[in-house]
Design a protein. Sequence first.
Length: 110
Amino acid sequence: MMNTMIGKWKLVVSTGGIAGQTIYPPVGSNYTLTLNNDSTYQRHINGLSDSGTFTVIQVKSEPNWNSVPGPGIVFSKGPSWPMLYRLGMDSLVLSDYISDGYTSVYLRVH
């Protein structure tokens, strides 16, 4: 399944947080995440770059630890908790694995 994650993704919306916000990237901005076959990644946010490695893991899909495991991803830089992920045909959804976290939707860049 990891191979379908490989590629370049553009952020289109993030929702969540303690206030339940919906945040759209400003028009003309460039928020991208690139996942590579060698388990490296690059993030680009309006000219600023970050890179590191990622690991795909299995995590519980709910914080109560009584639910079915789901796919997760851990980035070497950034939050210390895993992010749950879901893949669509041309979409990648990353959800923070914490209460009041954010869910971000990315579309594949062709």
